[in-house]
Design a protein around this ligand. Structure first.
Ligand code: NAD
Length: 486
């Protein structure tokens, strides 16, 4: 682990194994942190916060830029670690690592530009706000994009003067530990950035419950998010939750079908569907549905699934045995509820060892089917046909989730009218989700609270202090709001 500037084992000495999901092979043992280690890390972060919170924004920005340069210099190693530990195929892992400096640069640039506001109050007074750091922030990370989700959350926290304790997912701890080495090399003071590895119910829960943690950013399942909100609520921590989704990808009758098919495939197959914004509900207008499905199946037949280290691979394995079993269970449920059009099994050549699942398409899916309502987090999509926009919007909104939607539509009026009426945190029109540091990401309803990325994320890592000054030197003139003497 990485605590107070040093690489340390768990104080108990315990470890747990981590495996390569493309072969099921054991690759390393990771320290099994518990509440004792969490307390050690939070104390280090709290001590470091005393000076860090008042450090110059320019100094913090310089450190973030240096870290960005080190990420670029070490991109190959970071990508290989991410690939072997999480199952991202190497080309994609490299693309994600190459993007990380964008987040560090963006927040380095924001560090000295974010501020409070002045307020027009009655009387001869000045009133203004300061945006102050929270102090110690906790960052609980999932396994689907371990490095990108880590950087998108710690970059604003550090830029705005907070210290961090990161708890990576137990299946994918290795890249966070390498990242911590780079933070150290960049010159961040000891204790400003810490990583505690371990299980969610032990290290994660202890971190969320720690009374000195003032802010918690959690990305993961809605179920765990509820527990984190409860734990953080006990000591009134500020909680940002980036949770699950059941995102619709809607194809309108005027859509250019080749492009829409390609995006639909990205939508549920990218990262083997283990993406919070996965387009796992595919709504096809009935005028184009038959043709679309024919093209979709033809495209899926060309998808290359297999070894993450092979340059031709387009889709790797699921991240763990446990998750593999869960996705396969959903496929069995789907076979009961709907018609299997494509996939449903394991690709023959890849079935021997790793956790691979074929892209899987169900059609004739009733809107109340479990595969149409629950997040599967695998390469599985539920196809529904539509003809009336009113019914389409009602069906999409009839969901506990509200993270994201894609509309493939040339008629901009229809597209914008639909976008406005969907209960989701973001809508892309004629485009796929391209995560960027400058655009806010987060959910409505049970997909989350708060925003990651964009200047909206500032609110998740700061607290407001109001300062008022009476410019009349006579206290008698400092009237209270009611004008009463006492
Ligand atoms: P998860 O909730 O099982 O785990 C996420 C993290 O929480 C892990 O680090 C885990 O160790 C920790 N954790 C588990 N139980 C805990 C507890 N009781 N207390 C504290 N920490 C605990 O989620 P996952 O299965 O790793 O990730 C998949 C989920 O994440 C999906 O639902 C997906 O939609 C969601 N996700 C959302 C976004 C987004 O930005 N909205 C991005 C990626 C993933």
């Amino acid at each position: 682990m990485h605590i107070n500037g040093a690489s340390v084992p768990a104080r108990s000495g315990a470890t747990f194994p981590t495996t390569d999901p493309s072969t099921g092979r054991h690759i390393a043992d990771v320290p099994r942190g518990d509440s004792v280690d969490v307390d050690h890390a939070v104390q280090a972060a709290a001590d470091a916060a005393i000076e860090w919170q008042f450090s110059d924004a320019i100094t913090r920005a310089g450190l973030l830029r240096r870290l960005g340069a080190l990420v670029s210099e070490n991109a190959d190693e970071l990508a290989r670690i991410e690939s072997i530990d999480s199952g991202h195929y190497l080309g994609k892992a490299r693309e994600l690592v190459d993007a990380m400096p964008l987040w560090l640069e963006y927040w380095a640039g924001a560090a000295d530009k974010v501020g409070g506001r002045t307020i027009a109050v009655p009387g001869n007074k000045i009133s203004f706000t300061l945006l102050e750091p929270l102090g110690v922030t906790a960052h609980i990370i999932p396994w689907n994009y371990p490095l990108l989700i880590l950087v998108r959350s710690v970059a604003p926290a550090l830029a705005l003067g907070n210290t961090c304790v990161v708890k990576p997912a137990e299946d994918t701890s290795l890249s966070a530990l390498k990242f911590a080495e780079l933070v150290q090399e960049a010159g961040f003071p000891d204790g400003v950035f810490n990583v505690v590895t371990g299980y969610g119910a032990e290290a994660g829960a202890a971190l969320a419950a720690h009374p000195e943690v003032r802010g918690i950013t959690f990305t993961g399942s809605t179920e765990t998010g509820r527990e984190i909100a409860r734990l953080g609520g006990q000591h009134i921590a500020q909680v940002n939750l980036e949770l699950g989704g059941k995102s619709p990808l809607v194809v309108f009758p005027d859509a250019p079908l080749e492009d829409a098919v390609e995006v639909a495939v990205q939508g549920f197959c990218s990262r083997a569907g283990q993406v919070c914004v996965a387009g796992s509900r595919l709504f096809l207008h009935e005028d184009i549905a038959d043709q679309f499905l024919e093209m979709l199946v033809a495209r899926l037949r060309t998808a290359v699934i297999g070894d993450p280290f092979d340059d031709n691979t387009q889709m790797g394995p699921l991240a763990s045995q446990k998750h593999f079993d869960r996705v396969r269970e959903y496929i069995e449920i789907g076979k009961q509820e709907a018609t299997l059009l494509y996939g449903g099994g394991q690709p023959e050549h890849a079935a021997s060892a790793g956790f691979f699942v074929e892209p899987t398409v169900f059609v004739d899916v009733p809107k109340d089917a479990r595969i149409a309502r629950e997040e599967i987090f695998g390469p599985v999509t539920a196809v529904m046909r539509w003809s009336s926009v009113e019914d389409l919007i009602a069906t999409i909104n009839d969901s506990d989730y509200g993270l994201f939607a894609v509309l493939w539509c040339q008629d901009i009026t229809s597209a914008l009218d639909t976008a406005k009426r969907l209960q989701v945190g973001s809508v892309m029109i004629n485009d796929w989700f391209g995560e960027l540091p400058m655009t806010p990401h987060g959910g409505h309803k049970q997909s989350g609270t708060g925003r990651e990325e964009g200047l909206e994320a500032v609110h998740g890592y700061t607290q407001v202090k109001h300062i008022g000054i009476n410019l009349d030197r006579s206290p008698a003139k400092a009237s209270n709001w009611a004008g009463a003497p006492l």
